[in-house]
Design a protein around this ligand. Structure first.
Ligand code: BDR
Ligand code: CA
Length: 322
């Protein structure tokens, strides 16, 4: 048994089907201590992603505070929501009941991030799985937090290792494309950053058989995961992907066990103008402002196993409680 205390985490998210799975995983794993959930536009508008985050926290039994964040990118209009992938309600059109949802924090997401980092200097990891607008706002309002944070782990970008350089344009991944200026600010700040991008996340597939097995092994939570991913799986099928792509889950897996990944180090940046806007790239001639770990390989079976076993264990715990 590990004697290490759990890693303190703020989860910055735009739920989002794979965000929902990542949140369930984060809550399920004893190695992570969820301090707060902060929301951002992305897979839907901010009202919808925030409503989804509140619903998911209630459904999963998460009591961490929830703070609403940015409604739009720093300097651009918001791109249309990816309805074809995440459905009209951001959760693959899974019915979200209109119940009384947990309250929101009075402060916004950027201030929540600042407060959490300042309350535990050197100890807080931000896992960011949406556009990076909240993080950019936080480190612009209070630049010192980039020194005080333990690490930023982000799902975003692609670095020419895998087959795909982008998923919204031939050159850009969605989270980076949705606010490239914010990504540029975050990547230039002096916090340690680990990047879990398309190079590895497109390999992280929960097969339909594995999702079905969860309905047998993980009670209501397994059934929820199966149901909430059907629309998303169909959308990816049109692109030749057979299964549920665990983009945001992979960022959480990295926080739990980075031994699952092969990592390359070096400075990275993002294009903010021109036809390749949103493209992430290596900057071979520049020293990184702080460590930059880019995932370039993954033990896919190990990662999917870690996810599934955490979900099964969590469902056994919650069913025992009810
Ligand atoms: C990323 O974009 C969003 O649609 C997903 O939730 C994930 O964070 C994948 O490119
Ligand atoms: Ca996301």
């Amino acid at each position: 048994m590990s004697l290490q205390s759990p890693l303190k985490v703020v989860f910055d998210t735009d739920p989002g089907v794979d965000d929902a799975l990542a949140l369930a995983f984060l809550h399920a794993h004893p190695g992570l201590d969820l301090l707060a959930v902060t929301t951002v536009f992305g897979n839907a508008d901010i009202e919808t992603t925030t409503r989804n985050a509140r619903y998911l926290c209630q459904r999963f039994g998460i009591s961490a505070p929830i703070a609403q964040g940015a409604a739009k990118p720093l300097h651009r209009a918001r791109n249309p929501s990816p309805v074809a992938i995440h459905g009209g309600n951001g959760l693959g059109d899974y019915p979200v009941p209109d119940l009384r949802l947990p309250p929101l924090q009075p402060r916004d997401a950027a201030d929540e991030i600042i407060a959490r980092i300042r309350a535990a200097p050197g100890a807080v990891t931000i896992i960011a799985v949406g556009p990076l607008t909240n993080l950019a706002l936080a480190c612009t309002r209070d630049p010192e937090i980039a020194i005080l944070a333990r690490e930023v782990i982000l799902m975003g970008g692609a670095f020419g290792v895998g087959k795909h350089a982008g998923n919204v344009t031939p050159h850009a991944e969605a989270n980076i494309f949705n606010d490239p200026e914010a990504a540029a600010i975050v990547l230039a700040a002096p916090w340690p950053i680990s990047i879990v991008g398309l190079d590895v996340t497109l390999d992280c597939l929960l097969t339909n058989e594995a999702a079905e097995a969860l309905t047998e092994r993980a009670g209501w939570l397994g059934r929820f995961i199966f149901d909430v991913t059907r629309h998303y799986v169909e959308a990816y099928r049109a692109d030749g992907v057979d299964g549920c792509c665990l983009h945001d889950v992979a960022a959480v897996a990295y926080a739990i066990d980075r031994g699952l990944f092969r990592i390359r180090h070096g400075a990275v940046g993002v294009d903010t103008i021109g036809p390749q806007t949103g493209r992430t790239r290596w900057l071979p001639d520049e020293p990184p402002p702080a460590p930059r770990n880019v995932c370039v390989g993954v033990d896919r079976d190990g990662l999917v196993d870690l996810f599934c076993e955490s979900i099964v264990r969590q469902s056994a715990l919650t069913e025992a409680e009810t």
